[in-house]
Design a protein around this ligand. Structure first.
Ligand code: SAM
Length: 456
């Protein structure tokens, strides 16, 4: 029997050893799927000892290395696997995912295209190709790629969800928002576990001013799942229930754990997110220089987009966030000295006079009345320390907080000023800028700097 090309490149073993490596590989994959990464890594390596160069073990170990923050090693392993099995669409697709998550969008695109060449009906690769084209702002190509996906896979719920999101992000007319609502509805009908589709459906309906329908979507959802934090929060956001004083912890966790994988791409590429840069620039204007001398808390650090902007100022940089999923992404950056999963107000209270700077980009939008959290931030600052934060702006001269249909709170300038004063901040500056886009429209925010006085 002639040896296959792949077999000529791996060490040839006896049939007994072959059976052994297959058993260990199966165990490794089971551990991997169960999230036991230590056991999985150990077993993949055992497979590679039993059978050097085994391509599946190298491929999956590569995925695992990336999950553990060793992305370069992951890339090397999958590339090595692909030298042995160059027509493996999943390996090309997974290699693309690593490049995408590391921000190498052109490389990711190349990998997805190779995956599609190996098996043109690889829905995940087609889906990923569309996402990466969208992230490169190649809007027409992205639209064609999503359309092709839906044509090839008319029962693929995630494809409808992404097309709906794309149409809403790039809506140029009411018709696009209507189509987005239809896509979200179909995504949910095809996969009732896709709750983000349901949440998005409510938001599109609200955008279309079909408020009664939006409220009904969330009401039905609450009736089905009374303990689910998302419909409870969103029902209040549409005016169908009383707004909570701040977004509940379980709501924040649910939303951001689910958002962690796509947050950077969605915010930076699709929503023109600028809050970290704007805030860092404003703060930089108040500081003597980037001399690495401050203890800094990145409050609501998310995936760590602020880390590279804060690092030059930091002697020690700590990140805190309620969402474990977001914190895991921040950990992959490797730039924080400490990362903690915790609720922000409680965390600030537990660290009195601990920081020179508390920096919070786009996080206090999840708080209604700001008084309590600003009071806690004041207590967590050292004398002369700076608090820097952005919040979405509500219009009007009164002291008011609105929970908007996006699920985020908006504060009037008067409210921000009053909450800062009652927390005890002495010096304050409140600027205004565009933080990002929503439904194609700019979102205006307050860019706030406040200093704790030298005494007390
Ligand atoms: C829009 S993201 C911003 C993340 C990051 N600051 C940035 O600019 O990329 C908001 C973050 O605030 C976190 N968050 C919201 N409410 C929180 C709370 N009460 N305690 C801690 N984190 C919270 C969310 O989990 C999320 O990661």
């Amino acid at each position: 029997m002639p040896l296959s090309r792949a077999a000529t490149r791996v060490a040839v073993r006896s049939p007994g050893e072959a059976a052994d490596y297959r058993r260990v590989l199966k165990q490794a994959m089971q551990s991997h799927q169960a999230g036991d990464l230590d056991a999985a890594e150990h077993r993949y390596r055992e497979v590679l000892e039993l059978r050097a160069g085994q391509p599946d073990a190298m491929h999956y170990l590569g995925v695992l290395c990336h999950q553990r923050g060793r992305s370069d090693e992951g890339v090397r392993l999958i590339e090595a696997a692909l030298k042995i099995t160059p027509k493996h669409p999943d390996a090309h697709n997974n290699l693309g995912n690593i490049h995408k998550e590391c921000g190498r969008l052109a490389e990711a695109e190349r990998c997805y295209r190779k995956a599609l060449k190996c098996g043109s009906l690889h829905y995940n690769a087609q889906n990923n190709l569309a996402v990466v084209l969208e992230a490169q702002e190649r809007v027409e190509e992205a639209f064609q790629a999503y359309a092709k996906l839906l044509q090839q896979a008319p029962k693929f719920a995630q494809g409808y969800y992404l097309m709906g999101r794309f149409l809403r992000n790039y809506a140029q007319s009411k018709e696009h928002v209507e189509q987005s609502a239809q896509c979200f509805r179909t995504a949910y009908e095809l996969d009732p576990r896709n709750l983000r589709a349901l949440e998005s459906l409510g938001m599109s309906l609200y955008t279309l001013n079909r408020i009664g329908e939006a409220v009904q979507v969330y009401r039905d959802w609450v009736a089905r799942e009374p303990d689910h934090p998302v419909p409870r929060h969103m029902l209040a956001a549409c005016g169908g229930a009383q707004a909570p004083t701040r977004a509940a912890d379980d709501y924040v966790r649910e939303v951001f754990d689910a958002f962690a994988d796509s947050f950077d791409e969605q915010l930076l590429k699709n929503l023109g997110y600028r809050a970290p840069e704007i805030l860092a620039e404003a703060l930089g204007g108040m500081l003597p220089g980037a001399a690495g001398e401050f203890e800094i808390l990145d409050a609501g650090c998310g995936t760590g987009l602020c880390e590279p902007l804060l690092r030059p100022y930091a002697k020690r940089l700590v990140g805190v966030d309620l969402s474990g999923g977001m914190i895991e992404k921040a950990r992959l950056r490797g730039g924080y000295d400490e990362l903690d999963v915790a609720e922000l107000t409680a965390y600030l209270r537990a660290h009195p006079a601990a920081y020179d700077i508390v920096f919070s980009a786009d996080t206090l939008e999840y708080f209604g009345d700001l008084e309590e959290v600003l009071d806690a931030a004041h207590a967590a600052l050292r004398q002369h320390g700076w608090l820097a934060f952005t919040v979405e702006a509500a219009q009007g001269e009164d002291d008011r907080v609105d929970l908007s249909p996006s699920g985020r709170y908006q504060h009037t300038r008067h409210h921000v000023e009053r909450a800062l004063s009652s927390a005890g901040f002495s010096r304050k500056s409140i600027g205004t800028d565009t933080l990002r886009k929503e439904g194609g429209q700019p979102v205006t925010g307050w860019v706030v700097l406040a200093q704790r006085a030298g005494q007390g």
